[in-house]
Design a protein around this ligand. Sequence first.
Ligand SMILES: Cc1ncc(COP(=O)(O)O)c(C=O)c1O
Length: 395
Amino acid sequence: MCPMISHFAESTTGSSVVEFRRMADALEAKGITIVDFGIGEPDFEAPPIVSEALIAAIESGKGKYVDPSGLPELQKAIAEFEKTQHGLIVDPGQVVVTTGSVGALSLASRALFDPGDEVLLLEPCYGPYRNLTRLTGAVPVGVAMPREKGRFIVDPDRLAAAITAKTKAVIVNTPWNPTGRVLTRPELHAIADIAERHDLWILSDEVYSELVYGDNYHVSIGGLSKDIAARTVILNSVSKTFAMTGWRLGYCLVPTSLAPVLSRINHLTTRCATSFVQHAAITAYTDGRPHLETMRGVYAERRKTITAGLERIEGMRCPLPEGTFYAFVDFPENWGESREIAQYLLAEGGIVVTPGSAYGKVSQSNLRFSFATSTDVIEEGLTRLAQLLPLSNRT
Ligand SMILES: Cc1ncc(COP(=O)(O)O)c(C=O)c1O
C-alpha cells in the first residue's frame, strides 16, 4: 500500500467526457461504429500557415526555454487580437502565456485562492472549475441558474444570495459551455456589480469567444469598465479559436499588478508554454482570422441541423445555440437521470453524449451534444437517436 495522497487531490473527481469516450473506445475495439457528440473538439485541422510556422520554428532551433510570461511577440499578437476582435485595450505585459485555458485556469486559481475561500460557479458549468478550485483547497459553491424559455440565464439574486464572508471569486463563462448561451451585456453587468460590491475576483473563461452566431456577439466582462478590469482575469486559448486543442497554448489577460505573480507561478509549474508552439501561435493570432471565419460559418449551419433534428424527438427541447458548439437539450424528468440515458444511448446506439449531471444538479434532465463534428456524423446520429427516443418507446 502506498502513502496517502493529498486531501485536496482526493477531493477531485474525474471527467464525464473522458469517461464516456473511454467506454466508446472499448466498444469501438469490439467493432461497433461510434457516433461521437461527446468531446468539445473541433473536427477541423489547425490553419496550414500555423503548422508551417511550427515546422519552421523547430527547424530553426526555436526549441529553447522562453520567458515564463511568454514570447514578447506572442504577447503583442494576443493583445492586438483581443483589441481587434473584442475592443479590449491591454498592454502586451498583461498577457501571460499558458498551456491552454486549463493551464490558465489552474494558474489563476493558484494565484488567487487560499484554502477555505469560496468560489461561485454559475451552474450548469464546465466541470474542471469545481476540481481546480478544490485542488487549491478552496471551496466551489455551485449556484443553480434558472431557465427562461428553455435557456439558462443569469439570475443575479441567486448569485448574491450565495455570498458569504468567505467568498473570494466568481467564475464566468461566456459563450457558456454547456448551455450554448452567449451572456448579454446586462447579465454581465449584473455579475460585475456583485463582484464590485463584495470585492470579488472575476475569472472570465472566454474560450468560445470567436464562436458566436447570428445576431449574438461576444462581450468580455473585463471590457465593461476599468474598475472591473482591475479585478478580472480573462482566459482564452488557441484550442477552439483555431482548432488547435492538442497544441496546449492559452493565456491569461490580467491586471498589470498580477502579471508578475502569474509569471512566477508559471515558472514554478510549467517553466513556460512550449516554445515552438508559441512561435507558431504568433502566426495564428496574426493571420488566422480567415480560417476561424470559415469554421464559424460551418458551425453556424450545423447548429441548425442538429437543433432541428433534436427538436423533432418528442419530449426533447433544444434552444438554438447562440455560441459554442454545444446543443443542450432537455428531456422530461420521467425519462430518468441524464447519466443513465447517456449510458443507454451509448450501449444501444453507439452514440456518445455528455450527461447534463456532469455540469451540476440543475441540469440532470439535460444532455449535451457537441456539433464539432461533420454533418454526415450529425445526420447519422440523429437517425440512430430517432430509433431510441423518446424513451417511452423503449418497452
Ligand atoms: C469552458 C471551457 N473552458 C476551458 C476549456 C479547455 O480549453 P483548453 O483546451 O484551452 O484548455 C474547455 C474545453 O472544453 C471549455 O469548454
